[in-house]
Structure formats: C-alpha cells, structure tokens
Design a protein around this ligand. Structure first.
Ligand code: FAD
Length: 607
C-alpha cells in the first residue's frame, strides 16, 4: 500500500478540539489546506489517520499551534475518491511525504496476537483476593509474580494468556482500600506501612501523575501494545495519539479495577495484603516463596508457597527485598541515579512563562490548549566548584506535574521523601517538578557508603535529614527558590504549597553536600534564563526527592531475563533497575513474560 505521513500545523482558533482521534470535518479542512487540495469535502476521512498530536508553543514559533502527524492511505483515498488521482501524483514534492515503514514485529505485537487467540482456553476463576481456588490443572507451570505495579501486571497478563498458573502476590491493598489508606495519610497523618503511595494495587504509578511518556521509542510495537492494553482497560484512545499522553489518578483507578477483573477471569490468583518475606531456594534455584499477611487482619502468619519460577517486580521502595536477595547471595550492583528537591510554582506563572498572552486560554485544563509544562536540563562540570569530584553531573527537571500536587512517598515515618501526582484535568493551581542532580558511586563513598546497597543508604541519609529538618510528622522542609539562591532562610509567610501534610521553613543548603547544592543553584540560574521568572519568591523548593530511579540493578540474562546469580528468579521493572516509569516498567514486565513463557516451552517465537 502507499501510505504517506505528513505534518500539519493548526492554529489554536482553528483546532477541532480534544476529539482528535477520528478525522472529522474540522480537521479535514486543515488537511486540505496543508495539502493545498481545493475541495476539502472531496477528501474521505477514512483515508486519514492521526498518529500524533502535540502542542508547540516554542518561542521560536511565530504563533503557537497544534502539530498533527497524519497518515494518508493513498490506496484507500483512490478507491474512495478516484478523482484525487492527478492531485495525489503531484503531491510528493510539495509536502515532503515519506514512504510508510511498517512497524517491526515485536513482542508487543505478539501480545495482541495472543489476546486475540481464541484457541487458548482459560478456566474461569470465581472469587477475589486470593481465595479464588485452584485452577483445576496440576500440569500447568506455576509462577509467582511478586508486585502488582505495571511490571508485575503486564508479566502476569502475558503469562496467564499463555496458560501459566499465575499467582500475583501484592503486599499492599486493592485500589478501593488503598484509596482510603492514602486518604487517612493525607488527612490524619496515619501512615500504613504496607498500603500507601508506593505499595498497593497498580504499584507506585497509581496515585501518580500518570504521565505515559517514555524514552524507549514512542512508536515501538511494545510501547503501542502497552498503550493499547491500557485503552482496552479503559484509558481514553487519545493516549495512542497524544504527544504527551497523561492519565491522572482518577482514570488510573478504574483502569486498574478492569485490569484486575480481566486477570482474574483468565485465571490469575491475586493475593493482596500478602508480603513475600523470603525466597525458598534449593540447589541454587528458587522453588517458592515465604509469605506473610501484611494486611493486619492476621489471616495467617507465615506460609510457604511452591512455584516453578518467581518474577520479582517489587519496585525500588521495597528495600527489605534487597536485603532478602543479598541473604541468598543474589548479585546486586549499585547504580547511578539522581537526588534533589521538588520545585513548585503557581501554575498560572508557568502558563504565562510558556504561553505569554495565550495563557488565558488554559482555563484550568478546560480550554483547548494543555496546562503548560516545562523540561529543563543543565550540565554542570565537577571541577571548579570547590569539590573533589571530577565527573560531569547533570541537573534536570523530572516528573513534571502541571496542575498537580506534591505528595509524600515515605513508607517509614522516620524518613521523608516526596513526589508529584495529578488528576486527569490537571486543574490544581500549582505546577511541580523534581529538580534532580545525578549522583554516582563517588558520591556514595564520600559519605562512607559502600557495597551493593550504597545508593540505598545514600537515599536514606537525605530522607532522614529531611524528616529531621521538617520536625517530624511528615512536615516537609521548604525554602523559596529566591532564598535558596541567596542562602537565606525564608520568611515565616511562605507562598502556598499543594503539599497537604504541612511545610516548615528551613535552609535547604543544610540538606545536601555542597556540590549538589551548588549544582542546583547553578542550574536554577540557567533555567531562569530559559524560563524567565522561574526564580521567584512564589516558587517553593520542597525536600527531598530521592527516588527518581532505582539505586540498584539486579543483573539478569539479556535473553532469558533470569537472574545471573539465582536460577528461577526473574527480576523485572524499576526495582530491578530495568525501567524508569510506568510504560517502561510495563514493557519490561511484558518482555519478561514472553521470555519466561519461552523458557517454559509455551512460546516458540523470537523475542
Ligand atoms: P512499582 O510500581 O513500584 O510496583 C511494585 C509493587 O510491588 C508495589 O505495589 C509493592 O507494594 C509490591 N511489593 C513490593 N515488595 C513486595 C513484597 N515483598 N511482597 C509483595 N509485594 C511487594 N512514572 C511515570 O511513568 N509517569 C508518572 O507520571 C509517574 N508519576 C509518579 C508519581 C509518584 C507519586 C510515584 C511514587 C511514582 C511515579 N512514577 C511515574 C514512577 C512509576 O510509578 C514507576 O516507575 C513504576 O510504577 C514502576 O513500576 P514497577 O512495576 O517496576 O514497580
């Protein structure tokens, strides 16, 4: 077939609005304009597909506009409207079209194949929460998937679709109960150590911003497949097309319920409130797990469960699991990550920095144009800033949440760390983002932390310092950006913060070693040149952001995904050091599912 892509700039006033997945009349007029085709009504909408829509408000543009990437199926166009023939044949030089390149067949496409495969029969399992009974067949391989974050959910999905007897073990609670626990934390400061912003159904990504941006190739079959699966469970179709897809917590919760229901329907035994405390190892191979009731309802104390393999998708806040792995001599390697502070501005300020006059069109997420975000990065030389460090660092904005709020992601009240979340409309009056500085082994050892968990100890050190500076009870130490630049304590009347558990003025220079503070200061002044107004008395820095990505990697075989040091163990997702976000964790879990299915002789294809 003759497929052709082209880009199309549409001014804000001409944009057909949010309903852009199907090509409607409004967009067809713009397509005709871009193609210089005289009669828009002659173009059949079925011949065009929107592949991507993004908003371009860069200062280099004359006027901000929406940019659509549109695919034109020339064969279809000609079969529906042959009168366009002459026009089409003269088109190429005008709009610089490119030939259609079919997506490479990837594991992601295979998920669609098995989802459609009617031959796989599943024994339907009634019930919920791990009381769903046996699958009826004892010949099926038995696999435990530990953790119901994106990695664990997608690994379970793939394995169950192949007919594996999957038990999904999650220390936290299903989203309904987890929502109440998070409410108690935010309103009454009661932290449930096993059901919070990090632990529970959907993993760390549930009460999050739900940004679905990823650095692993937006158009790859595997990413598209994850996105399509999310759509199947209730995400809006626009995430397949949106340049910066975003869900928000309110959309994630029903999506996860649908995901759960589907997993149960295809036979996955889901055990919430159940924590894996240990691995059972025989002859260098995992043969099961020791679990205990983490729900507090004392259904049982400790139980041994036998499995043929264990997929470990526990995220990077489950520090206890790293210790368990070390006790079985599983190799863990410390890795570089980044630490810093979360900066929060009034959303209106960011809108006006980014959009100037057009800022009024944002209307708290109800207008046509998206609530403004930003992405900044600066490289800071190690030498010359008065330290012994020679390596170059980067300081960058991370996990930017427009219209969001700052939340506490501690799982222990003596440690304080924060992150950002939002709802789908991004309607809050604040914009927050982490400003993170890269750190490496050099930094860990400078503070006396060595060995495989040096990075974890490094994180913990600053989380404890932040808790002390805040005075306890999850109160967060803060300083305005202006005062941070001037190294002075902020006055008692602070700008408002979205953080609900309380803030306290502190000098954040006392938190990190000087080279990290200086890297932040230096970068802030550069960011202020790019985004004039970024350094402001109304911008508030919150401490501390430590869990930007995993401080540890669990080495595994690149083809089989099996741990290099323990047979039958399949480390996946962010906690294993192979992902950094919702989509990449989901993709990793999916690939691991295929690799294990292959190992179990259930799948013969290439991965
Ligand atoms: P996790 O999601 O961490 O899931 C691990 C699961 O394992 C947890 O549910 C945990 O309870 C369970 N578990 C741990 N130990 C055990 C045990 N011993 N026994 C049983 N179960 C166990 N990423 C984005 O891409 N976009 C965003 O907008 C975004 N916003 C975020 C906002 C917040 C507040 C946070 C905290 C994170 C955010 N992230 C975001 C990061 C994203 O959530 C993670 O990268 C992703 O969830 C990692 O997936 P995972 O499956 O590897 O692990």
């Amino acid at each position: 077939g003759f497929w052709r892509f082209f880009k199309l700039g549409v001014l804000v006033e001409n944009d057909p609005g949010k309903d852009f997945v199907d090509v409607g009349e409004g967009l067809l007029v713009e397509i005709a304009k871009a193609l210089k085709f005289p009669v828009a009504s002659m173009l059949p909408p079925e011949a065009f597909t929107v592949l991507r829509k993004s908003f371009d408000a860069r200062k280099s543009q004359k006027e901000p506009k929406f940019v659509y990437t549109v695919e034109m199926d020339v064969d279809k166009l000609l079969s529906l409207e042959p009168r366009t023939y002459d026009f089409i044949s003269s088109l190429e030089p005008k709009i610089g079209v490119i030939e259609h390149v079919p997506y490479e067949r990837t594991v992601g496409d295979l998920v669609n194949v098995i989802n459609d495969n009617k031959k796989i029969k599943h024994d339907k399992v009634p019930g919920e929460n791990g009381h769903s009974g046996s699958l009826g067949s004892h010949n099926k391989p038995k696999v435990a998937v530990v953790g119901s974050g994106p990695a664990g959910l997608f690994a379970s999905l793939v394995l169950a679709e192949f007919g594996v007897d999957v038990t999904l073990i999650e220390r936290g609670q299903p989203v309904e109960k987890r929502g109440r626990d998070i409410g108690a934390l935010v309103v009454r400061k009661i932290l449930q150590s096993e059901s919070n912003f990090c632990f529970g159904e959907g993993g760390a990504g549930t009460w999050s911003d739900g940004k679905l941006v990823t650095r692993i190739g937006r158009n790859s079959g595997s990413v598209l497949s994850v996105m399509k699966t999310l759509v199947r469970f209730g995400a809006p179709e626009s995430i397949l097309v949106d340049g910066k897809p975003h869900l928000g917590t309110d959309r994630l919760i029903p999506l996860l319920r649908n995901f759960r229901q589907h997993l149960q329907e295809i036979g996955v035994n889901i055990r919430f409130g159940t924590r894996v405390d240990d691995l059972i190892v025989e002859n260098g191979h995992v043969v099961g797990v020791n679990v205990s009731d983490s729900s507090g309802s004392s259904q049982f104390n400790s139980k041994k469960l036998g499995f043929d393999a264990v997929v470990l998708g526990v995220g990077h806040s489950a520090r206890d699991v790293y210790h368990t792995l070390l006790s079985h001599n599983v190799e863990l390697v410390p890795k570089d990550f980044a630490v810093g502070l979360r900066v929060e501005h009034p959303q209106e300020l960011i809108n006006s920095i980014q959009y100037s006059k057009l800022a009024n069109e944002v209307r708290s997420g109800r207008g046509k144009i998206p609530v403004a975000d930003y992405k900044v990065v600066e490289y800071v030389k190690g030498e010359g800033n008065g330290t012994q460090f020679t390596s170059q660092r980067s300081c960058y904005s991370f996990c930017m949440c427009p219209g969001g709020q700052v939340v506490v992601t501690s799982i222990d009240p003596t440690e304080l760390c924060i992150n950002g979340m939002s709802f789908s409309r991004r309607a809050s009056k604040w914009a927050n983002a982490a400003l993170a500085v890269t750190v490496s082994l050099e930094d860990f050892s400078a503070l006396g932390f060595h060995g495989p968990l040096a990075g974890v100890e490094f994180q913990r050190e600053f989380e404890r310092r932040a808790a002390t500076m805040g005075g306890g009870n999850f109160v967060v130490p803060v300083q305005t950006v202006k005062d941070f630049m001037d190294n002075t304590l902020s006055a008692t009347t602070l700008p408002s913060s979205s953080y609900r558990l309380g803030v306290k003025a502190a000098n954040l220079h006392e938190l990190f070693p000087v080279h990290i503070t200086e890297a932040l200061q230096h970068s802030l002044s550069t960011f202020n040149q790019e985004l004039p107004g970024f350094i402001s008395h109304n911008a508030l820095l919150h401490g501390v952001e430590t869990r930007t990505s995993s401080p540890v990697q669990i080495p595994r075989n690149a083809d089989t995904f099996e741990s290099m040091s323990l047979g039958g163990l399949y480390p996946v997702g962010e906690g294993a050091g192979y992902a950094g976000g919702i989509v990449s964790a989901a993709v990793d879990g999916m690939y691991a599912g295929f690799a294990l299915a292959k190992r179990l002789d259930l799948f013969k294809g290439d991965i």
